[in-house]
Design a protein around this ligand. Sequence first.
Ligand code: ADP
Ligand code: ADP
Length: 231
Amino acid sequence: KPIIQLRNVTFQYDETQALNDISFQVQEGDFLALLGPNGSGKSTLLKLILGLLKPTKGEIELFGEPIQAFKQHEWIGYVSQKSNSFNSGFPATVEEVVKSGLTKKVGLFKRYPKNVDQLVIEALQAVGMESFATRNIGQLSGGQQQRVFIARALIAEPKLLILDEPTVGIDHENVQSFYDMLVKLNEERQITMILVTHDVDIVSEHISHVACLNKTIHFHGYKNEFDDISE
Ligand code: ADP
Ligand code: ADP
């Protein structure tokens, strides 16, 4: 069954219709690239899936249940575009940042698990950042910070990871290895991925599905179908 299902979803801000009659689904294990020009409704779509906005019309289901049934989105990890805008004055170590990702879960369990240090290390290993555990996050490069924020999401064991333009702060030569890391998380941990990106050239090798948004979904399908239409 689909992990996300949108049926005829419309979203209207006061003045602007951001999404018009969108229907699509995401299956468990998909690696979906969400493409579209600025203002096409990508962030709005993510906020609907995260439950931060409610559709004006239409329905959203997560894991086969109406989205209203989800109070805390504990199955969804989210790294927003602003996560990596820390300046060098940010006073937290990498391990503190990753540990803070447990807050959502702690809210459910009322206390931290006993093996929290081990969980932090495992999350950092998954993104190749274990040797940076005690460093100050503000001193890392954009790409390293982005990996730490992904570790912060991973520590809560999400089934779905939503990334909003994750490579914006990453040097061009490191973008490929960043995507290799995401593909590994997708394949080895079965984490479904949705990412908003402009890196069409790089990402097209890695993704299983693409959705092109321009207020409505113009195209949604498998990557090889996308290769065909782009010729
Ligand atoms: P994208 O992420 O693709 O750039 P957005 O979802 O941010 O697109 O925006 C879609 C449309 O909705 C744009 O026209 C934008 O100006 C408008 N919009 C976004 N957020 C708001 C808001 N909080 N209030 C009013 N209009 C908004
Ligand atoms: P905007 O683009 O409107 O400024 P962002 O996309 O940066 O907002 O983030 C919206 C808010 O959602 C942030 O305050 C972020 O902390 C919060 N948020 C982060 N992760 C989740 C999640 N898994 N579920 C719900 N909300 C989240």
